[in-house]
Design a protein around this ligand. Structure first.
Ligand code: FE2
Ligand code: FE2
Length: 328
């Protein structure tokens, strides 16, 4: 492979670069993990930073649409479970910002870039949660889609990211069970509950079908990510896995899927579906979603509110007197 920029060569001659790249790719092909101190191509580092940063932003922004429903949970049991889930998601962000830090950028830089509206987060968290059934659909189907993605990425080639994801997946599995149980309850409840669940699924289906990212025909990053085993499956392969696992379960609950083009091809053993609106996807992840401004603004306020905690922790770590928070 010819490195086409000076930055990519990192001060090496082309021959030295090629030699290191060969060793690096051989290690990946043997299934070894790449660790922070190891040599890696600049593009590998940049792709990982981009991916982990977006993932961390998504966990922290993903806590918001569900967190809004904590005061309205229909029972103490639901409230406790939802509080625990929201807390877990924020913890996932913390683990992931730490994993991204091993590649260069600081957590502060990454959080600043999120609240300045300069970095992306998952398309699904740019939409509003209008009813309690949205909480059930998110916890079941969005967490399910996330598990498909994260359990695959956990086997990827970069050690710190894989280890963080293994820990995250244990918790995601609980979220998913809690979501499924909520959907079973609503689907088998009164007509109002059943209809509320169907209406939520109808609104979320489009964003969920976009969750794994652009179709393989148009995705610009997938080839490199798969070659270096950052990703082990393409976006379309993950989407297909999601459909195979969850469409039958959705039907079992007596629900319908709002896609007239959805059908199972018995010969090819795969689902056919209407191609998602990728223009909407691009517009949303670039900051044009119905709730984008609200999410970023809420994060900014939370970050400012937490400044005194960060200052107190830094002072305690440095053995300095802990400052009192202004106005607290
Ligand atoms: Fe999470
Ligand atoms: Fe989760």
């Amino acid at each position: 492979m010819v490195a086409d920029t000076k930055k990519e060569l990192g001060g090496l001659s082309q021959a030295e670069y090629d030699e290191r790249l060969e060793v690096f790719e051989a290690r990946i092909n043997r299934g070894e993990k790449i660790e922070p101190a190891d040599w890696m191509p600049e593009e590998y580092r940049q792709q990982l930073i981009r991916l982990i940063h977006v993932h961390a932003n998504s966990e922290i922004c993903g806590a918001l649409p569900e967190g809004k429903w904590i005061p309205h949970a229909p029972s103490l049991k639901r409230k406790l479970a939802l509080c625990a889930k929201v807390q877990d998601e924020v913890g996932h962000a913390q683990l992931l910002y730490r994993a991204a830090e091993t590649l260069g950028p600081s957590r502060e830089e990454m959080v600043e870039s999120l609240i300045a509206g300069k970095s992306k987060f998952s398309n699904v968290f740019h939409y509003p949660t209008k009813t309690w059934a949205d909480v059930a659909v998110i916890a079941w189907l969005i967490d399910a889609a996330a598990i498909i993605n994260q359990s695959m990425m956990a086997e990827g080639s970069y050690g710190p990211y894989g280890r963080a994801l293994k820990r995250i997946c244990y918790e995601e599995a609980f979220h998913f069970k809690h979501g499924y149980e909520m959907c079973i309850t609503l689907a088998g409840g009164t007509k109002v509950q059943h209809d509320m669940l169907q209406e939520a699924l109808d609104r979320w289906w489009g964003p969920i079908m976009m969750f794994h990212g652009p179709s393989d025909k148009t995705s610009t990053h997938t080839g490199t990510l798969v070659r270096w085993k950052i990703k082990l499956k393409t976006n379309d392969e993950q989407r297909q896995q999601f459909l195979k696992q969850f469409v039958p379960k959705i039907f079992d609950l007596g629900l319908t899927v709002p896609d007239k083009g959805l059908r199972f091809d018995k010969e090819a053993k795969e689902w056919h579906y209407t191609e998602p609106d990728w223009e909407e996807f691009k517009r949303v992840v670039r900051g044009g979603g119905p709730m984008t401004k609200d999410r970023v603004e809420t994060r900014r306020m939370a970050h400012e509110d937490g400044l005194w905690v960060r200052q107190a922790l830094a002072a305690a770590a440095a053995n300095r007197p802990v400052p009192m928070p202004a106005g607290k």
